[in-house]
Ligand binder design. Structure first.
Ligand SMILES: [Zn+2]
Length: 365
């Protein structure tokens, strides 16, 4: 079966492509006769036209995360990966989870780069999610998680401290420096959850590779992160929930004021991220709720909050994929792409209505 893809192909100079037996072919298939085994010239059975992108990348979703002590059924992980693929989200860097979602993977589902389990501290993060360690154990635990992961690990950098009544950093600076150095020595990368301004200097000093949320980053922080190529995931949808978080923390006035304060400057801060040349990745911060909220909502919210649509789409597709290490229009590889009738960079809502999706060489839509 041979499908001809025409229209606008984003992230490549190619003007057209073919999908032959599930594989992407960038030169007219006849040219391959006698090349790739059995790839005879054959009739195009279908033409798909529109605006095509390498399949969307969500770098902050949790297909293998559970909120209770009971293990997740493989079928539930599979359901999440299936929902993602059907929304055009064909690749994922999970941002922590107790289970490696690859146990459930098969072609046609979203492919996952696993980041191990979140590393937190006892009583300093949501229950059941993280491996809790004390600062002296952070470097060894970071390496242990790296060994279970596919390149990245995830550390919780700050969270509400109920004794203080506000968000505070979880780790002394030296523990972060040692942990990041240990993971780098082992060949891995580190991304860190942070909401608070007070945490960011330590993260930059430690040399982290990624920052999740980053709501507390000042202009100077952002400029430095940009100069160093640190990848920042703004999680716009999640940030919109700060008033909700504040409402849950009414016992802690300083925390409430911090969250509401960040909410007041939400769009202004996102504009500052854009202006300072931030290297964006896009992430939805979803888990079991992917059928209700997912990266499609995140990208629409990001544009609605003022991020330029071309920046959003590059970060969520070819640009982000290249930065994380997923293939981009790779000739001969299993087709992994999503096509829209209209240009999402002119009408972002069209992301809700893809016309074709291929995930891992399998036609999903
Ligand atoms: Zn998360």
């Amino acid at each position: 079966m041979s499908i001809h893809l025409v229209g606008t192909l984003r992230g490549t100079d190619a003007r057209e492509a073919w999908i032959v037996d599930g594989r992407l072919v960038l030169a007219r298939p006849q040219a391959h006769a006698g090349g790739a085994a059995g790839l005879e010239p054959r009739a195009v059975t279908e033409t798909i036209s529109g605006f095509a992108y390498p399949g969307l990348l969500d770098v902050h979703t949790h297909p293998g995360m559970r909120r209770t002590p009971e293990p997740l059924a493989t079928g539930e992980i599979r359901r999440r990966l299936d929902v993602l693929a059907r929304h055009g989200v064909t690749v994922v860097r999970d941002a922590g989870g107790q289970h490696d979602p690859k146990v459930a993977w098969e072609p046609g589902l979203a492919r996952v780069m696993h980041s191990g389990q979140h590393i937190g501290r006892f009583k300093r993060y949501e229950r059941h999610l993280a491996v809790d360690v004390e600062p002296g154990q952070l470097p060894a635990e970071a390496v242990r998680q790296y060994e279970r992961a596919d390149g990245w690990i995830k550390i919780v950098g700050d969270w509400i401290d109920r004794e203080v009544g506000d968000t505070t950093p979880l780790w002394p600076r030296q523990a972060l420096i040692d942990a990041v150095a240990a993971v780098h020595d082992a060949g891995g990368k580190v991304t860190v959850h942070t909401f608070a301004t007070e945490t960011v200097d330590d993260l930059l000093t430690a040399g982290v590779d990624g920052i999740e949320h980053g709501t507390g980053m000042t202009r100077d922080h952002l400029l430095e992160a940009s100069a160093r190529g640190i990848l920042v995931t703004p999680t716009v949808h999640q940030i919109r929930r700060f008033p909700e978080f504040a409402a849950k923390g009414v016992k802690f006035p300083a925390y409430v004021e911090r969250m509401l304060g960040m909410d007041r400057v939400r769009t202004e801060h996102l504009a500052l991220m854009v202006e300072t040349g931030t290297h964006f990745l896009m992430g939805s911060d979803t888990a079991e709720n992917v059928a209700e909220v997912n990266l499609v909502d995140e990208l629409i919210d990001a544009v609605e909050d003022g991020m330029p649509a071309d920046v959003v789409m590059a970060a969520a597709s070819y640009g982000g994929r290249a930065k994380i290490g997923f293939d981009v229009w790779a000739d001969g590889e299993p087709a992994d792409l999503v096509v829209y009738r209209q240009d999402p960079e002119k009408n972002i809502e069209t992301l809700r209505d893809p016309v074709a999706i291929f995930a891992g060489g399998v036609r999903v839509l």
